[in-house]
Design a protein around this ligand. Sequence first.
Ligand code: ATP
Length: 233
Amino acid sequence: MLSIDRIESGYGLVPALRGVSLRVAPGEIVAVLGPNGAGKSTLLRTVSGLLATRSGAISLNGRRLDGLPAHKIARLGVAHVVEGRGILPNLTIRDNLRLGSFLRASRAGEQEGLDAALDRFPWMRPRLGDLGGRLSGGQQQMLAIARALLGEPKVLLLDEPSLGLAPKIIDELFEVIGRLATDDRAVLIVEQQVHRCLRVATRGYVLQRGRVVLSDSAEALRGDERIERAYLS
Ligand code: ATP
């Protein structure tokens, strides 16, 4: 269970999160929605330790994460797929995936993880030697997700995975995302594709100016006009 309690963080003197609390349990896909500048990416950066928490607490299964450096937070089971994917374009698919394996406990586990990634994304199998930069935007996003999964995270943070992708590819991507949560893995996803996202999510939070203004089950949020109001105001 990821617990975020009244966290504040920001850039320089500007606070971007003003007391945000949320919970994500294993098996859940939790959506973070809200207009531009609401603080969604900042929330993910604060959880993964790319940005310091100024106050409040973040814990994973009772273990405090706030205050730890990003690499320790990653070792404790938080994987962050940043906006813009962050794969290495000059490395092959195989080497990009290998990079994701460095958090695994054993070399034996590495091959197992690679096999699981290739079962999940069969199109990668014949293309393991292709450079990451030669892939389409949707494929790069899937590679970034596959790489993150190789570290066996307990919480997967996805920052606007659909950004810049064609509608058909976005549908494929959400099918993949809908299958990412397991008994011991949760997904926290920031998205502008509100409706598609709420179709795969279990619950959602709406942020506005650094605060949670609405939270409910995805089903309830799907028909809630307060979401539109949050985006318009
Ligand atoms: P978007 O969908 O536009 O990315 P968001 O909800 O993810 O929106 P954030 O990127 O988290 O919003 O930004 C929250 C606030 O922090 C905004 O006011 C933004 O201008 C500010 N901000 C974000 N990144 C920086 C930065 N590197 N330096 C200074 N201010 C920043």
